[in-house]
Design a protein around this ligand. Structure first.
Ligand code: NCD
Length: 370
């Protein structure tokens, strides 16, 4: 059965550790991996802008000896003629062995995964999630701190639309001793489902504040993010909120000597360039770690057994993800319609709306989780 990754929790903690171990081995022994994917092809389907995610996926596949077919501009693909994500996934499955897809609509990755006959990796679906950025983040934390346990992590900036925050919160909630400090303006607070379905069930202590200065002294990791201009319906609201947080050398004086500063990049103005010289800045290391983790993930999904690609079906795999997959729980009834205008369900025809029932009895769309 093919295995896709929509969010980090589609892999168990043990499997995430396996990715970290593989990535560390790739760093130590790159030659060992240089030909494993010979004859295999990756398609990068990017319906939205990207620099490091797409290029690091492509570099990853080349460094494994495989090759890449790339769609970098939805305007030059059949999407411009009205082709759906579902049809594109079926078509591209005929040409390659694995797909990495980025799309502006939440839930587009799951739609591709259920329609493709090959593994699909979510390279970002709207404001929903971005698991491979999280894998890059986890390797960065692991290399810096030696473990993911016992860390207080501060998320700062656009926590509402920042998909990297959503995926990293889900991933970190599974480690013992994690604490969250969420630093944002009122309008950009983290979506409630991440508190209700992720932080609270895991018993994670969390707090919300608007003040970076107040939060900084208590943090082991500061995760800065860009205000996500492209997700705002009202440009005036973006104009009001842009520039709300700027990390500069003066503020860095408030941080612990071993607090690391991360950012998925691109940055706009939320980290002053002077901070780049601070030894605690780790955002450029993150971009390199992303390549190693994407190599490890491609190997896993193509059935690498430690020596070669077996193409073997993953015995742990339940389509499209692992034990945390929404899909197996999903229900359909003729009356249910996802109401989120930013969901793929609102954008494309032919999607059968499916839901899971939340603890409070409300229905949540299986694609966008809203
Ligand atoms: C992030 C993204 O695309 O969500 N970028 C990335 O992949 N490193 C963050 C962002 O765009 O702000």
């Amino acid at each position: 059965m093919k295995r896709s990754v929509i969010d980090t929790t589609d892999l168990s903690i043990a499997e995430v550790q396996q990715l970290l171990d593989t990535a560390m081995d790739i760093i130590e022994n790159p030659g060992k991996y240089a030909r494993i994917c010979e004859g295999k092809k990756l398609a990068t389907l990017f319906f939205e802008p990207s620099t490091r995610t797409r290029m690091s996926f492509e570099a990853a596949m080349y460094e494994l000896g495989g090759s890449v077919i790339s769609m970098t501009d939805a305007g030059t693909s059949s999407a411009a003629k009205g082709e759906t994500v579902a049809d594109t996934a079926k078509v591209v499955s005929n040409y390659v062995d694995i797909i990495a897809q980025r799309h502006p609509k939440a839930g587009a990755a799951l739609v591709a995964a259920v329609n493709a006959s090959i593994p699909v990796i979510n390279a970002g679906d709207g404001g929903h999630c971005h698991p491979t950025q999280t894998f890059a983040d986890l390797l960065t934390i692991y290399r810096e701190k030696g473990s993911m346990e016992g860390l207080t992590i501060g998320f700062c900036g656009d926590l509402l639309y920042g998909r990297t925050v959503h995926s990293l919160m889900s991933a970190m909630a599974r480690y013992a001793g994690t604490r969250f400090v969420m630093i944002s303006p009122e309008e950009l607070k983290v979506p409630r489902h991440l508190i209700e379905d992720v932080a609270e069930p895991a018993g994670i202590p969390w707090e919300e504040t608007a003040s970076l200065e107040e939060a900084l002294p208590g943090l082991d990791v500061l995760y800065m993010t860009r205000i996500q201009k492209e997700r705002f319906d009202d440009p005036a609201q973006y104009d009001r909120l842009k520039g709300v947080y700027v990390l500069d050398p003066e503020k860095m004086k408030l941080a612990k000597p071993d607090c690391i500063v991360m950012h998925p990049l691109p940055r706009v103005d939320e980290i002053a360039v002077e901070v780049d010289d601070d030894p605690r800045a780790r955002y450029f290391e993150q971009t390199l770690n992303g390549k190693y983790m994407r190599m490890a993930l491609i190997l896993k999904l193509l059935g690498y057994d430690g020596k070669a690609l077996t193409g073997a079906k993953d015995p742990a795999g339940t389509f499209p993800g692992g034990p945390f997959s929404f899909w197996t729980e999903a229900k359909e009834d003729g009356d249910y319609r996802c109401a989120n205008p930013k969901c793929i369900c609102a954008a494309e025809r032919g999607i059968r709306h499916r839901f899971v029932t939340a603890k409070d009895g409300s229905r949540r769309c299986v694609y966008c989780e809203q």
